[in-house]
Design a protein around this ligand. Structure first.
Ligand code: ADP
Ligand code: ADP
Length: 209
């Protein structure tokens, strides 16, 4: 299964990916997670990416494309992957096609999780992450258990200002790739405005159908 998850920031891509990868036994490849790991490790790429990420801007295509092309060539991704947060621009979508064509493989599905803009800021500003496990929580919608609560952290780009910039980038740069996949018959969309379990069931239904 070669699958892409698309949706605005806070749509629930990471939450749903964590639930879905086990079913398909494929790696969850999140460009946001990879970039945050590079920032934390202080690599040259991380230093370059940090400024863009903190400001709610997209990291330049050439940085992200190289990172993903290398990652999907790794042995664990040869038979399938779940890409979360990539592609986010038309050049990224085109570069992914080139890499997949060269490897003589094809995408199976592009899953769009739709959530209205007016819910996004609340989801993003309330998001918390367990730095030890990467588990995603929300102060209101998914509070961390007592033994985890003391160590959860807030991403520095999860402010209202950065979130609004990211949302606007989503509409201008990322939403235009949706028709590209729809025309090829790859797109499946689900309404992400429901409890996480309900959204998972909706995703399973569209993937089965
Ligand atoms: P969210 O969970 O809010 O959708 P991510 O964790 O996927 O955000 O990404 C965080 C940030 O990392 C983005 O705002 C952007 O700066 C950068 N980033 C992640 N993926 C990409 C990408 N495919 N292209 C450019 N920038 C990216
Ligand atoms: P994305 O990866 O698309 O940016 P996340 O999975 O990180 O989204 O979810 C963003 C925030 O919203 C997190 O705090 C998460 O706990 C919360 N969340 C995810 N799915 C739902 C849902 N269906 N209903 C309410 N809150 C949700």
């Amino acid at each position: 299964m070669r699958m892409i998850l698309v949706g605005p920031p806070g749509a629930g891509k990471g939450t749903q990916a964590a639930r879905l990868v086990g079913r398909f036994a494929i790696p969850h490849i999140s460009t946001g997670d990879m970039l945050r790991a590079a920032v934390k490790a202080g690599t040259e790429m991380g230093k370059q990416a940090d400024t863009f990420m903190s400001a709610g801007q997209l990291v330049p295509d050439e940085v992200v494309i190289g990172m993903v092309v290398d990652r999907i060539a790794e042995p664990d991704a040869v038979d399938g992957f779940m890409l979360d947060g990539f592609p986010r621009t038309q050049p990224q979508a085109a570069a992914l096609d080139v890499a997949l064509n060269a490897a003589k493989v094809a995408l199976d599905v592009v899953l769009l999780i739709e959530v209205p803009d007016d819910l996004i800021v609340g989801r993003i500003t309330g998001r918390r992450m367990d730095p030890e496990t990467g588990d995603i929580y929300h102060v209101e919608f998914k509070p961390p258990p007592a033994d985890v609560a003391a160590r959860v952290v807030q991403r520095k780009d999860d402010t209202e200002t950065a979130c609004r910039k990211r949302l606007s980038k989503y509409h201008s740069e990322t939403a235009p790739i949706v028709p590209y996949y729809r025309e090829r018959g790859l797109l499946r969309s689900v309404d992400g405005n429901a409890a996480p379990d309900v959204v998972t069931a909706r995703i399973e239904a569209v993937l089965a159908g």
